[in-house]
Design a protein around this ligand. Structure first.
Ligand SMILES: C[S@@+](CC[C@H](N)C(=O)[O-])C[C@H]1O[C@@H](n2cnc3c(N)ncnc32)[C@H](O)[C@@H]1O
Length: 231
């Protein structure tokens, strides 16, 4: 179902411009975009401190990043969401709650290297990314090889990706892709809500829906392998 454009979307986005760090880069050709629009963040300017940085891709309405940022005020969070109509809600919640350690990017994940310096992120969260079953849209899956190349570039040595999903097929696909593309896969659970990890889990909006339908939640941690020759 197509979502109706929110009333006063542009003024509402504008009212959040102090926490909106990037918006609307064309994504036809990543290489071209990276050359033309490269505007790498200076984190001390963006957050006013030198704290570690984590990234959520596909933040939706922002429930996860809001709670994560509250729990860990000494971590800086970047939240990425392609749809303006959706990210505006996330930004308004962060402002309303006066949470200081979150900035937003209203761009497709494909262009993140235009903004995020290499090896500057300690963790990436992929919460309930669209599974896109079948082969037609496989390239759009956020754990397809073309995205894993990007994450490898952005993550620090030993950095991690934490993935949650309700789709077993997407989960198995992701494990396969992580292993083929320079990551070790750890902490795999196929029933998060009935596991030891449940007590620290932050339930996202989609997760609440899926769990409410009785679906098990899958979770893993993918750790960037050390490069040969590094210390
Ligand atoms: C299924 S929703 C999950 C939302 C939220 N993470 C949750 O768990 O409730 C996936 C979100 O990812 C966003 N998304 C999908 N592909 C994206 C991309 N390439 N770049 C940025 N955001 C993307 C979608 O617009 C959507 O809001």
């Amino acid at each position: 179902m197509r979502m109706r454009r929110k009333r006063n979307l542009e003024p509402r986005l504008e009212a959040c411009s102090d926490i909106l760090a990037a918006r609307g880069v064309p994504m036809k050709d990543l290489k071209k975009a990276a050359e033309e629009y490269r505007a790498l963040f200076d984190y001390s300017e963006l957050f006013g401190n030198g704290n570690a940085v984590r990234l959520e891709i596909g933040c939706g309405n922002g429930g996860f990043v809001l709670e994560a940022a509250r729990r860990e005020p000494d971590i800086n969070f970047l939240a990425v969401e392609i749809i303006s109509n959706v990210i505006v809600t996330a930004m308004e919640r962060i402002k309303k709650e006066d949470v200081k350690n979150v900035r937003f990017l209203n761009v497709p994940a494909e262009v993140l290297p235009c903004f995020i310096p290499e090896k500057s992120v300690e963790r990436i969260y992929l919460n309930f990314s669209t599974p896109l079953p079948g082969s037609t849209h496989a390239r759009q899956r956020l754990t397809s090889p073309r995205f894993l190349v990007i994450y490898r570039e952005l993550l620090k040595e030993g950095g991690t990706i934490v993935q949650k999903t309700d789709s077993e097929d997407f989960f198995d696909y992701s494990i396969e892709q992580f292993l083929l593309n320079g990551f070790a896969v750890e902490e795999v659970t196929r029933d998060l809500h009935n596991s030891d990890a449940a007590k620290d889990n932050i339930v996202t909006e989609y997760e609440r829906q899926f769990a409410g339908q009785g679906k098990p939640i899958f979770r893993l941690v993918a750790r960037l392998n050390r490069m040969e020759g590094s210390e």
